[in-house]
Design a protein around this ligand. Sequence first.
Ligand code: C2E
Ligand code: MG
Ligand code: MG
Ligand code: MG
Length: 280
Amino acid sequence: QAKAKGRGAYQLFQPEMEELARSRHALEHDLRGALEAREFHLVFQPQVRLDSSELTGFEALLRWKHPVRGMVSPAEFIPIAEETGLIIPIGEWVLRAACATAVTWPETMTIAVNLSPVQFRSRGLVAMVTNALAEAGLPPQRLELEVTETALLDDNETTIDTLHQLRALGVRISLDDFGVGYSSLSYLRKFPFDRIKIDRSFVGTLGESPESVAIVRTIASLGSVLGVETTAEGVETSDQLEFVRASGCTAVQGFYFGRPCPAAEIDRMIESLSAIRRVA
Ligand code: C2E
Ligand code: MG
Ligand code: MG
Ligand code: MG
């Protein structure tokens, strides 16, 4: 209890905590109206295969433009959306919008969409994905769903079953942000992943951390043994690119090849990345 720590501490922290609670409450309130007010949009970040230097597709990333605060980071609003359950309708909007955009791209291009653990545990998920694909007319093979280990934590039959049902639709499944949090190698044996995405915290510290070097190499060789693609996230420099290539990662995503961009700029992005490929 705050009072037990003495009057001074109580008086010092109280106003700051109240302020924090108030601003979070206001954000939650505004988030409730954001879908209807059409304040969300998607940006798309290129994903590149390393063997052929080929652009294979894009990851859809959600953006919220608050009418007063401006852009609010997903790191700030996704947790609120998860705690309030708002991630269910918001996540459905993301999937529908992502599929509708991807269907306009060349048919070799895939779209990766993030699934929150809360969505993953919701009953209607498989039906929602089925409907979104059907409505957009997007072949399931062009959709990749990214889940984090937190989604798999309550490691039960339902979780495995959901993954199998999604796989049965023809959709591919990626394990996002691998190496941080609860990382457990047993997930990789239990679940039929198509891709492991190595968290960008390792790629970003390759230059200074021998541990990061070892972790990236280990995950890449694990992927190759298991026959699973490995994407290095957060590649920003040519040194990082060459390192992850030499380590055996099969794909990259990061500012080096492109920052997340609005749908309207995708054609130009496809054109410029094809040009890189021609000279590479
Ligand atoms: P994520 O799925 O791991 O997405 C990759 C994040 O890394 C994106 O941040 C992207 O902008 C950033 N990134 C990519 N390359 C680089 C790089 O080279 N350097 C640096 N410094 N950053 C890079 P963003 O868009 O802020 O998204 C953060 C997280 O929010 C995502 O991590 C994902 O977990 C979550 N998120 C975003 N959109 C959605 C969504 O539609 N649904 C759900 N459930 N979560 C989402
Ligand atoms: Mg992701
Ligand atoms: Mg990630
Ligand atoms: Mg993440």
